[in-house]
Design a protein around this ligand. Structure first.
Ligand SMILES: C[S@@+](CC[C@H](N)C(=O)[O-])C[C@H]1O[C@@H](n2cnc3c(N)ncnc32)[C@H](O)[C@@H]1O
Length: 224
């Protein structure tokens, strides 16, 4: 029987984390998946359910607007947003993820590119009408999360929207108790995307359809 994909990805992650390389494992995992020796556990083959629900509820019109998809992986969320008419940029730190996104969506209207959330292109500052962040911040060790949160928030243009979807953990659960990846976000971390002019306008928690014990945040913010 082949090995559990979660076990394989955790091994690839721990080898990288032990080398003090907290992001190198993503490329190793996507490259292994491309050659058939691993499975990317979060690759759903469709847009995230909570993003699809948000699109259904908000019916956003992306005409003449820009969107940025953070840690876009193989592109399913980016495709949903590009289909709403946004001029969509989708980035990931893993070149193999971006290659797979191109292969998955050969006729895509989205622009896929390799970039690092922790050192993003300066011209992305306050540049996007819609920013979608799903499960990237929680994929980084807790010590790196404040920097990642700051960059995500800075991408949002005046009048723009930020949507954050993340696994949740109780505020009173000590960081040391979390054996990541992932390192799910506390309410305090979700609230920390907000700044003086980027207001949290909606925050909800819901159980994952796959495992009712896993709770997910959906948070929406609006820049004045
Ligand atoms: C848990 S996966 C989630 C992928 C996708 N957002 C989803 O929900 O399916 C985290 C993603 O973030 C990417 N990532 C991790 N660190 C990153 C960084 N510093 N900059 C850009 N992408 C990063 C990984 O390569 C991976 O595709």
């Amino acid at each position: 029987m082949s090995e559990d994909p979660d076990v394989v990805s955790r091994r690839i992650a721990s080898e990288s984390l032990e080398r003090d390389d907290p992001t190198g494992w993503f490329e190793n995992l996507y490259a292994a998946a491309a050659e058939g020796s691993a499975v990317v556990p979060w690759d759903r083959g469709t847009a995230h359910q909570l993003l699809a629900e948000w699109v259904q509820e908000s019916v956003p019109d992306g005409a003449d607007k820009t969107a940025l998809i953070v840690g876009a992986g193989t592109g399913w969320d980016a495709e949903l947003i590009a289909d709403r008419g946004y001029d969509t940029t989708a980035f990931d730190i893993s070149p193999s993820a971006i290659e797979t996104a191109h292969r998955n969506h050969p006729d895509s209207k989205a622009h896929y590119r390799v970039a690092d959330l922790l050192a993003p292109p300066p011209d992305w500052h306050h540049a996007f009408d819609l920013v979608v962040e799903i499960y990237t911040v929680q994929a980084l060790p807790i010590a790196l999360q404040p920097e990642a949160v700051k960059h995500v928030a800075e991408f949002v243009a005046p009048g723009g929207t930020l949507l954050v979807i993340a696994a949740a953990r109780p505020d009173d659960q000590p960081d040391e108790d979390i054996q990541g990846p992932p390192w799910p976000l506390t309410r305090a971390t979700v609230k920390s995307f907000a700044t003086a002019d980027l207001r949290l306008i909606e925050l909800s928690q819901s159980p994952s359809p796959a495992d009712a014990n896993v709770l997910r945040w959906r948070a929406e913010y609006l820049r004045d």
